[in-house]
Design a protein around this ligand. Structure first.
Ligand code: 5GP
Ligand code: MG
Length: 171
């Protein structure tokens, strides 16, 4: 597998981002909401750098891209989400691709009563975005390739890899 981002580069950049996020929070309590399952490592690494009152919660957002389901349909599940009314949210996701997931999830959180939603993504793919969406924090901008590792999967495999790699055909 071709390594796109080594564990060391990811660690260095995520540390920078987390410090920037903590500075911007300026002492305000925050609820960090991760979008499962891809947010796993990114969320764990970011929150360990933030020395502030903080809650962590998760939601799931699954898009159906298979042949038998409606393309672009997104199912958001938030049974694990505590009451976020009146809270400042930091929403974390693994990758910004078309932008549809994050657009929908931000609207959902506002709908649940969040007062503000800042968005951090580890990766942003170039030339893929279909809906206008500007994340507040971006780890790396990457080429339009299918990547796995550091939380990102292919058929639920490869999430545990400490680096981010490009999956080639046959692997
Ligand atoms: P969007 O709604 O922005 O198109 O989709 C974002 C979601 O698509 C991500 O949270 C992730 O689950 C999935 N995704 C997009 N590109 C990739 C990729 O290169 N690798 C993996 N593993 N997932 C991706
Ligand atoms: Mg995802």
């Amino acid at each position: 597998m071709e390594v796109l981002l080594t564990a060391e580069r990811i660690h260095a950049r995520v540390t920078e981002l987390a410090d920037e996020i903590a500075r911007d929070l300026d002492g305000r309590p925050v609820t960090v909401v991760g979008i499962l399952t891809g947010c796993l490592m990114f969320t764990a690494d970011v929150i360990r750098r933030i020395d502030l009152p903080l809650r962590v919660a998760f939601i799931t957002a699954s898009s159906y891209r298979g042949e038998t389901t409606v393309p672009g349909l997104l199912e958001i599940r938030d049974e694990l989400l505590p009451d976020i009314a009146g809270r400042h949210i930091l929403l974390l996701d693994d990758i910004l691709d078309t932008g549809k997931t994050l657009t929908r999830v931000v609207a959902h959180l506002i709908d649940r009563g969040a007062v503000s939603v800042k968005v951090g993504v580890l990766l942003r793919k170039t030339g893929r975005q279909e809906v206008p969406f500007e994340p507040d924090y971006v780890g790396f901008t990457i080429p339009d390739k299918f990547v796995v590792g550091y939380g990102l999967d292919f058929n639920d495999e490869y999430r545990h890899l400490p680096f981010i790699g490009v999956l080639s055909a046959g692997e």
